[in-house]
Design a protein around this ligand. Structure first.
Ligand code: GLC
Length: 717
């Protein structure tokens, strides 16, 4: 449909019909078997006409269901405007992939794009038109439950994944490609900066930090063509995002040139009253429509008060028309006017959902996402090894994590199932153990199994509800019962390997005596097979952390790209007056970019194609030689970091500016070159603009953000 036709429809719409298009209602209003709700439910005193004309619907999926609702909707809509179905497909629709924090540990844009593409296909055949993904909130605080939903702590890496997800979800022709769905960037902005890691709490960051650390990933997704942006719950500079004109009109629309609609998060417009920034719902409606929030999710400030505002000032009719046009344009981008049922296909739904090929993809991506944190040589295991599998995560289907849309526990390959299918001598503890409580029986059996077997694999971690939204934790250790179980087993067992199922970086001090620690995150539907393939060495682990693991929660926030401070500990470690703690190091237990494999790769020699450049140069080629000193084939994630030695603001000691994954055969030496874009040396100056200063830069290459022995100085004239 041409834009002129859309404008004609808008002209014919009554003001109330226009206001109805701005309302998004949950599935509960349209079907009696609604999926899980994702926000606080309150009674919305709206009538059947409003329900029938609400512009978009969240949380409905299933081809038959969606088609039935759409048919009914269009029949009742006086302008034959189709509705639009949106839902939170965050890391899979029914085939569940590793949580996004684990996807961040793959360091594979291809893997993340594949995840998004499969998620889009399963969503589209089920009648969905848009996913509320990617969530691109940069995270530095593992107390926050939604770190599981982010790809991590680094702006560059998050931006790379932002582009990969949008491409995977949307493809390059949303109108014609029925296997794709629209993507929604969230939560604009800086939701991950909640003070204390407490969900929905105040975010108080400088505009420099906001622009340099938090905004780049959202911008990357918008530049990649994301169709919708969702407001964050939090304030920025004291103003709730949903009423923040500077954030949405000046930054998102004028600077980022975003033309699509903005949707509020669940009830976020009305919650400006709780924030104390709106006296009532009418004020909330005014602030939001002036900020350019087009869709109100699950509250009715617009429904109740926009017409009043229009009566008082005609400028609000212009704002309303602007919002309706953006919503209809989004529906038009999806081809819904011509084909309101779009990709919904009950037959295809049965073929593609949870197909063998999707499961295989989920398994391979889970294998890439797992991070080997410790290995004293115990891994990989032989299939003949006598293994006891113990612990509360051993036999459970709770391996998918929060936001696992239609994933079902009984469709998950458990760790017990995966290990038993591959190992020839695996004994699984028969006494069920609880996440938070050991019983005499479960402990006795664990100790007995430890005596009888060569290796104990302890499957420990969190339940899915312990991370995700509204799931912040002040204590990021394993539950005490699991620490007790570890200690009991450690005291007896010959060898102990811990497999962790969790949605956040944890304080792992209590299990530091393990012979091996595999961070498996919430690995998804194929988690058990992925764990087994790594433990038995069929897959050489290649995951690298995308978020730092602190020594303890007292260090938080701990992240790799820190400033040097005026009294850096490194320059005078014995000095009193330096930046340090009296009781713990300054450094993460496991730093950003860290991960072991079964191989040992040496980094030899670093060279730049130019050691002095000027503003006419666009790239610098950085060449290193890798030497796989083992027989194992391996995938090495080579990381390129930069330090700007002097800036107008204090520059981080290191910033990721490039990476590549290199396959190495046993004993292979390979020279590789990374291309550093000179524009990536830019940073946000005190006047809040991005630019590159002449000066000296350290160019560093290594396997993680801590082991950066290869350094070259680059001079920019
Ligand atoms: C939730 C989440 C948001 C989600 C929305 C719809 O409150 O904050 O990420 O997309 O509601 O479910």
């Amino acid at each position: 449909m041409q834009k002129a036709e859309l404008l004609t429809i808008i002209e014919k719409m009554s003001p109330k019909e226009k206001v109805d298009q701005l309302l998004q209602l949950s599935a509960d209003f349209y079907t009696d078997d609604a999926e899980d709700r994702t926000g606080p439910m309150e009674t919305l005193d709206i009538n059947e006409t409003t329900i029938a004309n609400a512009g978009t619907i969240l949380g409905v999926s299933g081809a038959e269901k969606a088609m039935g609702i759409q048919k009914n909707y269009i029949e009742n809509n006086s302008h034959k405007i189709p509705t639009m179905f949106m839902a939170d497909i965050i890391h899979g629709f029914r085939t569940i992939f590793p949580i996004p924090l684990a996807l961040g540990c793959t360091w594979s844009k291809e893997a993340v794009e594949e995840m998004a593409s499969i998620s889009a296909l399963e969503s589209s055949v089920s009648g969905l038109h848009l996913t509320f993904s990617p969530m691109l909130d940069l995270v530095r605080d593992p107390r926050w439950g939604r770190v599981m939903e982010s790809t991590g702590e680094d702006p560059y890496l998050n931006s790379e994944f932002a582009k990969a997800m949008v491409t995977g979800y949307q493809g390059d022709d949303l109108k014609e490609d029925m296997s794709k769905v629209a993507a929604c960037v969230k939560h604009f902005a800086a939701y991950g900066g909640a003070i204390g890691g407490r969900d929905y709490n105040t975010v108080d960051v400088s505009e420099t930090t906001l622009r340099e650390k938090y905004l780049p990933s959202y911008q990357a997704a918008i530049d990649a063509g994301a169709k919708l942006v969702m407001t964050a719950f939090n304030t920025i500079e004291g103003i709730p995002a949903s009423g923040n004109k500077k954030l949405f009109r000046d930054v998102l629309r004028d600077e980022f040139n975003f033309k699509g609609p903005v949707i509020s998060d669940w009830a976020a417009i009305k919650e400006m009253i709780n924030h104390g920034v709106a006296a009532d719902e009418k004020e909330a409606a005014r602030l939001a429509i002036e900020a350019g929030v087009d869709i109100e999710m699950m509250t009715t400030c617009y429904d109740k008060h926009l017409l009043e505002l229009i009566d008082e000032d005609p400028k609000y009719m212009d704002l309303l028309d602007e919002a309706v046009l953006r919503i209809l344009e989004l529906k038009n981008d999806l081809g819904l006017f011509e084909n309101p049922y779009r990709g919904a296909d009950p037959v295809k739904e049965k073929e593609v959902i949870l197909s063998a090929s999707h499961r295989e993809s989920a398994r391979k991506i889970a294998e890439k996402s797992m991070v080997l944190l410790e290995n004293n040589g115990i891994l990989p295991l032989s299939q003949e090894t006598a293994i006891a599998l113990v612990g509360p995560k051993a036999t459970t289907g709770d391996l998918m994590g929060a936001w696992s849309w239609q994933g079902k526990f009984d469709e998950v390959v458990t760790i017990a199932k995966g290990l038993s299918a591959k190992g020839k001598n695996v004994t699984v503890a028969s006494v069920e153990s609880d996440l938070f409580e050991n019983t005499t029986e479960s402990l006795e059996e664990a100790k007995q199994l430890a005596k009888e077997n060569e290796v104990v694999v302890l499957a420990l971690g969190e339940a899915d509800w312990m991370s995700g939204e509204a799931a912040s934790r002040s204590d990021i250790r394993l539950p005490q019962s699991q620490i007790d179980l570890f200690n009991e087993v450690r005291a007896i067992a010959k060898k102990v390997i811990v497999v962790l199922i969790n949605g956040r970086p944890l304080d792992l001090t209590a299990i530091s005596e393990a012979d091996g620690i595999l961070e498996a995150w919430f690995p998804g539907t194929e988690g058990g097979n992925a764990v087994a393939n790594i433990l038995f060495g069929d897959v050489n682990p290649s995951g690298r952390l995308s978020m730092s693991f602190p020594e303890n929660v007292g260090q938080v926030p701990v992240y790799y790209n820190t400033e040097n401070t005026g009294r850096p500990y490194e320059s005078a470690p014995d000095e009193k007056y330096v930046s340090k703690y009296l009781d713990v190091s300054n450094y993460a237990k496991y730093p950003f970019g860290y991960g072991l494999s079964f191989a040992k790769v040496a980094y030899e020699g670093i060279a730049l194609n130019k050691e002095t450049i000027d503003s006419s140069d666009e790239t610098v080629e950085v060449t290193v030689t890798l030497h796989n000193q083992s027989e194992e084939t391996t995938i090495e994630t080579v990381q390129l970091y930069v330090r700007d030695l002097v800036g107008k603001t204090a520059r981080p000691l290191k910033e990721l500016k490039g990476f590549t994954q290199v396959a190495l055969a046993g004993n292979e030496r390979k020279e590789i070159t990374l291309s550093l874009a000179v524009k990536d040396l830019a940073y946000v100056h005190p006047d809040l603009t991005w630019s590159v200063d002449p000066g000296e830069f350290h160019i560093m290459v290594g396997p993680n953000s801590r082991e950066l022995d290869l350094v070259k100085t680059l001079v920019l004239k």
